[in-house]
Design a protein around this ligand. Sequence first.
Ligand SMILES: Cc1cc2nc3c(=O)[nH]c(=O)nc-3n(C[C@H](O)[C@H](O)[C@H](O)COP(=O)(O)OP(=O)(O)OC[C@H]3O[C@@H](n4cnc5c(N)ncnc54)[C@H](O)[C@@H]3O)c2cc1C
Length: 290
Amino acid sequence: MAGIWRQLLLTKATDHEQFERGQDGGFVSAMLTWLIKNDYIEAAMVSGVEADDAWKAKPVLAHTPDEVLATAGSRYTYCANPLALRQAKEEGLTRLALVGMGCQTSSPPTMWDRKAGKVSKPFVFNIGLLCSKTFDDAIFEELFEAKYGLKKSEMVKMNIKGVFQIWMKDGAYHEVDLKECHAWTREGCKKCPDFAAEHADISTGGIGKDNAWTLTIVRTELGEEVITRMIADGTIEARPAQEDEVAMKLLRTLSIVSRRRWPKDADAAPAIGVPPPKKKAAAAPAPTPA
Ligand SMILES: Cc1cc2nc3c(=O)[nH]c(=O)nc-3n(C[C@H](O)[C@H](O)[C@H](O)COP(=O)(O)OP(=O)(O)OC[C@H]3O[C@@H](n4cnc5c(N)ncnc54)[C@H](O)[C@@H]3O)c2cc1C
């Protein structure tokens, strides 16, 4: 249900800073740095933030290990990373990695398949992010600040693990029920059929038992070549993801939830075998008056 794979791993960066600044195991940052150092790519299309707002995401190019580190971590608002291609073209770069959710990492393989030519050539490595949804930027002011008094400027980290987790500069930790956040779900995400970024070389997520490891789905020959070399030279630690039953179950369940949204008027093949939602138990009949 989560797409094809060659290896299912839990990984973490062995470099302390990559691990600390990464959202989960810091794998994506470790991989981008490795790809730059080993001359697979000249830069990566990632998500940076505005100079005056640490939570306003914007597409940027990371050319160096320091720039990779500066853009680590997750922002849960939308960021169209492929738009950094414009800057890459201006800089004359021809070998790029793309980091993004399925809506973004499906674009290079689609272009290759449809022989889109020139525009698709600079994408040489495709790193996917598992994703159920993104939120409108308004969620910061309209929910977190208005209801809970949590100022965006005071937030240092956020994560989604069954609840919206928010860490503040003063060390405080808050949880917000995801049901409350629902009203700020970005419209397009409600139609997305691809939780697991199925067309990426490697897809990554944080649904493990803890935040210390990145769930890493190695899909392509190229992905496998790179990850094998990263393990061999000690850039990352890796263990079989099957050891984490919670992660395996969530991967399947969340992929099914998204895949059920496959459009009825599209080629039916990707929806074959997707289990229908369980029927809700019928409401108990109202008691009859004596
Ligand atoms: C919007 C969003 C929703 C997600 N939802 C889930 C989920 O439901 N379940 C799950 O298991 N995992 C989810 N993830 C993936 C997870 O949060 C981590 O990105 C992933 O596990 C990699 O962790 P890491 O420590 O290896 O990455 P890091 O080393 O921290 O690198 C993360 C990379 O993601 C890029 N990035 C950050 N924010 C965005 C953004 N908004 N748009 C595009 N790129 C971005 C960064 O620039 C960086 O290159 C989501 C990520 C995002 C961005």
